[in-house]
Write a protein that binds this ligand. Structure first.
Ligand SMILES: Cc1cc2nc3c(=O)[nH]c(=O)nc-3n(C[C@H](O)[C@H](O)[C@H](O)COP(=O)(O)OP(=O)(O)OC[C@H]3O[C@@H](n4cnc5c(N)ncnc54)[C@H](O)[C@@H]3O)c2cc1C
Length: 406
């Protein structure tokens, strides 16, 4: 049986796969995109109903096409993001084949052979664009016999999905903070375990933090330390967009807890680090205000001063007298949402391109295996790499490399 051959095979039809396709098309380079489900599948089935883009529509988009129906300063809803990526794929005539999974990829004498759910494909180049957040990680802490409904944030949809009762949300990055907020607004009793985080101001002196990170050069920041995988940034585009302020959440009835530390005899334990974690978040928040003020002064900009932005609410009782042990039954907790992040999973990719921890070895996405590329990973080249607006720059870099090889 003859095997289909293509110059470049892109695996994954999310924003990274589409950005890569656009850059290859611009250079007249033949390619196909294989997507195991549908375009933007993670936005369809791995994110909650009420999620909005974390950045305003002028920012959280791919180049060359605004998000239809969303004001530039507005925040696109989850389904608007899905529609956007589908429309974008149509606009660039991306050769996406949906419903085809790459089950294995091996090197050949002159490239790669992909085994797919629709037969084998050979390619000279392969771009793995399968996402920065591939496999949900749930610490196996609370045994299933506890009778508590447990799910990762990627399986959470809406408050009505959870049994009646209080909810413990573990993790206070953007997902955990937003889900806890949504549950509290829906009238649920919520406990929120808060670890180390950054929480930039949604807006300061009339500009969104996405704008500030841009002018301050922070989107271009290189990975600060190889041990840092992913900086948890707590931001929200929900309810029109707002600054995550854990103390205000506490004032609305959310009980804040330190980092979850284990489970024994029906009770969760929490580290005595809540005040320190909030202080760390405050420091990151204030550092952006300081940097923004310095930038305004240096550039002589006419942006209105905003001294009230520096006001920090007093610590609530759950911070000054933290709960270190929480009996789940006594607290009426019927569900736990683990907003504890993701791991990579390149089990399908059989090439000598990974370190001992299974992390891809690459320089700005170019692996040591000729013709093998990674795109869309956190900190691939800079902070912006895994974000919607940032991926195309890395895609352009890879496309240049692929063009040079051709
Ligand atoms: C809850 C959440 C909200 C986020 N919100 C924002 C935001 O508002 N703004 C922003 O800039 N960033 C946001 N991000 C970060 C980032 O933009 C998203 O994670 C985005 O989905 C990454 O796009 P991607 O194309 O790199 O990967 P993915 O969206 O993960 O796409 C990868 C695709 O590859 C497919 N695939 C995987 N394996 C295979 C295989 N073997 N064969 C074929 N196909 C395969 C998957 O089905 C998937 O469709 C968010 C992340 C999360 C987790």
């Amino acid at each position: 049986m003859s095997v289909e051959r293509i110059q470049t095979l892109i695996v994954g039809g999310g924003q990274a796969g589409l950005a890569m396709s656009e850059q290859l098309t611009q250079r007249g380079l033949p390619h196909i995109v294989l997507e195991r489900h549908r375009i933007a599948e993670r936005w369809r089935t791995e994110r909650w109903d009420g999620l909005h883009a974390n950045g305003p529509a002028w920012h959280d988009r791919l180049p060359g096409m605004p998000i239809p129906g969303v004001e530039p300063d507005g925040f696109a809803a989850r389904n608007q993001m899905v529609d956007y990526f589908v429309a974008y794929a149509e606009r660039i005539a991306a050769p996406v084949r949906s419903g085809i999974a790459v089950t294995a990829l091996h090197r050949t004498a002159d490239g790669f052979r992909a085994e797919t759910s629709a037969g084998a494909i050979e390619a000279v180049n392969v771009v793995a664009a399968t996402g920065p957040f591939q496999r949900a990680t749930v610490p196996a802490v609370v045994p299933p016999e506890s009778g508590i409904v447990q799910m990762h944030s990627n399986a959470y949809r809406n408050p009505g999905q959870l049994p009646a009762g209080a909810v413990l949300v573990v993790g206070a990055g953007s997902s955990g903070a937003q889900i806890a907020d949504e549950l509290a607004r829906a009238g649920r009793r919520v406990y929120l375990s808060v670890g180390r985080h950054e929480r930039p101001p949604r807006q300061y002196r009339g500009r969104d933090f996405c704008w500030w990170l841009g002018v301050l050069g922070l989107w271009d920041a290189r990975r600060p330390d190889p041990a840092v995988k992913h900086v948890t940034i707590a931001v929200s585009g929900a309810y029109g967009g707002h600054t995550i302020d854990f103390r205000r959440m506490a004032a609305r009835g959310v009980t804040l807890l330190g980092r979850a530390d284990g489970f024994a005899e029906g009770a969760m334990r929490f580290a005595p680090d809540l005040a320190a974690n909030l202080a760390h978040g405050d420091a990151s928040y204030l550092s952006i205000l300081d940097a923004a003020d310095a930038y305004v002064a240096r550039e002589g900009l006419d942006l209105p001063e905003e001294p009230t932005a520096r006001h920090v609410e007093p610590d609530p009782a759950c911070v000054t007298d933290p709960t270190l042990r929480l009996d789940l039954q006594e607290s009426g907790i019927s569900a736990i949402v683990w907003a504890t992040g993701y791991a990579l999973d390149f089990g399908w990719l059989h090439a000598d391109a990974f370190d001992q921890r299974g992390a891809p070895i690459h320089q700005r996405g170019i692996s040591e295996v000729p013709g093998l590329y990674f795109l869309g990973l956190s900190w691939l080249s800079r902070r912006a790499s895994a974000f919607i607006f940032g991926v195309h720059r890395d895609a352009a870099h890879l496309a240049e490399h692929i063009a040079a090889r051709a």
